[in-house]
Write a protein that binds this ligand. Structure first.
Ligand code: SF4
Ligand code: SF4
Length: 354
């Protein structure tokens, strides 16, 4: 495995990290086995993701505690842990840090969260809240002073807020989606992070699973850029070994391989939502990017998608896709010219019809 310096944190982390989302859907024994394999292969960064549980203080970090938490009890020195919070206020972040400590790292050799993430900093409004006196960042700064966490990471899907995160000077590391389709980060974000000596973690390297047919090429293309680490989601020991090998050889793409990756990217790109949020707010309250994720992601079965979708509609995190009145306001704002009303119709058919 090859390692790189994670910006000013001075941590040395593996070029391939572990994107933990798929393990949320696996039973603990299988998940634990996959994590052990990753650590054996030299992967030393685990990025926890618990899907919808992230929004619920009763459930959050319990699944992580059963899986990565169990591994860390034996192998704390082999792994840096990244934990995220989807919430935003001072009180919420204070609570999440304490829950993560209690549920994941308590009883391990090093009872500290290596990297704590403020996730989904996708809109200027959320940035304003997080950076304000009553915002979550202050809670993380205090937690760092108290030795509960070591480093603060800002994650977003939007290059515009990503620039704000970097230039705020408050974050040690950033995490953003980057792949052949979402390649706008090469222009400003990656060079700016380097200039500020901020570590860069790449999420969604396979476009939420849509680039799975060219996974090898996609990861190699990303690793050819000046980023620190890429965190593909991995479900099985086999996937872990395949990806770890790519982080060991770091073989650049040849022209033919690049052309094939580009071709697949172009096909998918026509209906690919970059989750940048420029289309919001929807006049009917649809959380357009969230609905798009359910529509396009191949990672979950249709049944699981329907269950998760019903849950976020019930929690009023989005209006149903079927409430789209085709007003077109979002289309005018989408920089990628996506046919949003048609996609909402498709989503309603997939997620709402029995
Ligand atoms: S076209 Fe549909 S999704 Fe777009 S803003 Fe109007 S109601 Fe919302
Ligand atoms: S629909 Fe367009 S504007 Fe909205 S999040 Fe997706 S890519 Fe961005």
């Amino acid at each position: 495995m090859q390692y790189r310096r994670l910006g000013r944190t001075n941590l040395t982390i593996s070029t391939i990290g572990y994107g933990g989302l798929p393990l949320f859907f696996e039973p603990p024994d299988k998940a634990i086995q996959a994590i052990h394999t990753a650590l054996n292969e030299g992967i030393n960064y685990y990025d926890l993701d618990e899907a919808g549980n992230q929004f619920s203080p009763e459930k959050v970090y319990r699944d992580g505690g059963e899986k990565i938490g169990a591994v860390l009890k034996e192998r704390r020195d082999d792994c840096y842990l990244g934990v995220k919070s989807m919430r935003q206020t001072y009180e919420e972040l204070k609570e999440d840090v304490d829950l993560a400590l209690e549920r994941i790292v308590k009883g391990t050799k090093r009872e500290v969260i290596d990297i704590f993430q403020l996730a989904f900093l996708d809109t200027p409004q959320k940035m304003e809240i997080v950076l304000s006196h009553n915002g979550g960042l202050r809670a993380l700064e205090e937690a760092r002073e108290e030795g509960k966490i070591n480093h603060i990471l800002g994650a977003a899907h939007n290059p515009r807020t990503m620039i704000q995160i970097i230039t705020s000077g408050k974050f040690d590391i950033v995490e953003f989606p980057f792949n052949i389709i979402e390649n706008e980060y090469t222009r400003k974000v990656i060079p700016l992070a380097k200039q500020h000596d901020i570590g860069t973690v790449v999420m969604k390297p396979l476009g939420g699973g849509q680039l799975a047919s060219v996974a090898d090429y996609s990861l190699r293309w990303i690793l050819g850029h000046e980023i620190t680490c890429v965190i593909p989601g991995m479900r099985s020991e086999e996937e872990v070994r395949e990806n770890a090998a790519l982080g060991t050889t770091l073989t650049p793409l040849d022209t033919k391989e690049y052309e094939e990756l580009e071709k697949v990217g172009e096909q998918i790109g026509k209906e690919y939502c970059h989750r940048c949020g420029y289309c919001l707010p929807c006049t009917q309250g649809i959380f357009i990017l969230g609905v798009m994720d359910f529509l396009k992601s191949p990672l979950l079965s249709r049944e699981k998608k329907r269950m998760a979708y019903k849950d976020i509609v019930a929690r009023k995190m989005t209006s149903p896709a079927s409430s789209c009145i085709e007003c077109g306001e979002c289309v005018a704002r989408c920089p990628f010219d996506l046919p949003i009303p048609q996609l909402m119709t498709q989503a309603a058919a997939m997620l709402e019809k029995e």
